[in-house]
Design a protein around this ligand. Structure first.
Ligand code: SF4
Length: 62
């Protein structure tokens, strides 16, 4: 399980500092989640932190 940023990302960067495991980094056209690192925020937050701060709905569970 992990989360993924879709192509609707507007590159605002709000999610990057929220990730407790530093799984988010800027890509070429959107931010990218390293799905190997992402733990769905289990043990860190009750809800995925990046999903909460995304101003769109660009982060999905995969
Ligand atoms: Fe990071 Fe949590 Fe988002 Fe996964 S769900 S990328 S661990 S903030």
């Amino acid at each position: 399980m992990a989360h993924r940023i879709t192509d609707t990302c507007i590159f605002c960067g709000a999610c990057e500092p929220e990730c407790p495991v530093n799984a988010i980094s800027p890509g070429e056209d959107s931010y990218i989640i390293n799905e190997t690192l992402c733990v769905d925020c289990v043990g860190h937050h009750s809800e995925p932190a990046c999903v909460d701060v995304c101003p769109g709905e660009s982060i999905i569970k995969v």
